[in-house]
Ligand binder design. Structure first.
Ligand code: DAH
Length: 345
């Protein structure tokens, strides 16, 4: 008897699909109410034999769950509907907030650097991150046994005899070579991009970072042009009055070579942790393009001279915002990223 009733009601519940909240409430009272069908079935259940109880108990419980699930399913939908119905048309309610993304701090700094050089007539050039030995090393005058070619520094993709090696570029200087090979001087370009070094990741080092390379080739370009260009760049980036100094250095692809320091942007030269209490911080490497490099790229080094420079974008950002851990730049933690709001979206 009970089993037959359950079978019939179960089919009915399966097909039940209320059009509104009132119909659903009717359903609830009929099946789940205190004087409802389920209550009645449980009453009848008390009167059956113990053998029947064993089988029916489970069936009855499942039937109850079926009715409850059906009710819950539609209740949720109708509740949400009535909530919107209540608020619909009320123009005094505040709008739903949505968050706008912001530019990554490294993109902000890169764009600022690009803007400054664009105003000086530089164009932006890019090159591949997977490079051959020629563009990353040989054309740039790196001797065969130069330590920068070492496995410790470079991620090799294919390592053969040297000449056919394929690697992740270790610097953006490779883009200089591509530009000179594929065009005719004069050149005035900056090349932003990601570079890779085989370094253990820590707060102070990472296996990838970002650089901006600069190249200026024309007739009669001198070290004075290099100094003036970079001096102007620093005044624009860090403000009027920022001091610069050049220290002699060595890069295979420039002669003479230098490293440029600026007066510490954090303590303004008074001495702090950032500048190790010297008042100066290094921001880039530079120099006059070595005649060998010009010749390697098919440029007449008797007629043309030029300068080049390269800087790390993370370093420039660090001197702006004092970011103590390099890893923050690549972890995509929104709590870090949302602190860098830009006027330019
Ligand atoms: N390629 C150098 C580096 O990764 C940076 C650099 C120094 C680039 C001097 C230049 C330059 O163009 O002239 O450390």
């Amino acid at each position: 008897m009970i089993q037959e009733q359950i079978n019939q009601y179960s089919l009915e519940i399966d097909e039940f699909s209320p059009a509104n909240a009132a119909e659903l409430e009717e359903f609830r009272i009929r099946f789940l109410g205190t004087k409802g069908i389920i209550k009645d079935l449980f009453e009848q259940f008390k009167t059956v034999t113990p053998e029947e109880k064993r089988v029916l108990g489970k069936v009855l419980n499942e039937f109850k769950q079926q009715a409850e699930a059906k009710h819950a399913e539609f209740k949720e939908a109708f509740d949400a509907e009535s909530q919107t119905a209540k608020t619909e048309g009320d123009l005094t309610l505040p709008g739903e907030g949505y968050s706008v993304g912001s530019r990554h701090p490294l993109s902000l700094v890169r764009n600022e650097i690009i803007d400054i050089f664009k105003r000086l007539g530089f164009v932006v050039a890019e090159g591949p991150e997977i490079e051959d030995d020629w563009h990353n090393f040989s054309a740039l005058n790196f001797p065969e046994e130069h330590p920068a070619r070492d496995m410790q520094d470079t991620f090799f993709i294919k390592k053969n005899t040297g000449k056919d090696d394929i690697a992740l570029r270790t610097h953006t200087s490779s883009v200089q070579v591509r530009m000179m090979e594929n065009g005719k001087p004069p050149f005035r370009a900056i090349m932003p991009g990601r570079v890779y070094r085989n370094e253990a990741i820590s707060a102070r080092a990472h296996c990838f970072f970002h650089q901006v390379e600069g190249l200026y080739i024309d007739e009669n370009v001198s070290f004075a042009d290099l100094k003036q260009t970079l001096y102007h760049f620093v005044q624009e980036l860090y403000g009027e009055g920022t001091k610069v100094r050049f220290r002699p250095s060595y890069f295979p692809f420039t002669e003479p070579s230098a490293e440029m320091d600026i007066s510490c942007t954090i303590c303004k030269g008074a001495g702090c942790n950032m500048c190790k209490h010297t008042g100066w911080v290094e921001i880039l490497g530079c120099g006059m393009v070595d005649p060998n490099v010009l010749e390697n790229c098919g440029i007449d080094s008797k007629k043309f001279t030029g300068f080049a420079f390269g800087m790390g974008i993370e370093r420039i950002a660090n001197l702006k915002w004092v970011i103590r851990d390099l890893r923050l730049f690549s972890e995509n933690d929104v709590r870090f990223l949302r602190q860098f709001k830009s006027e330019i979206i």
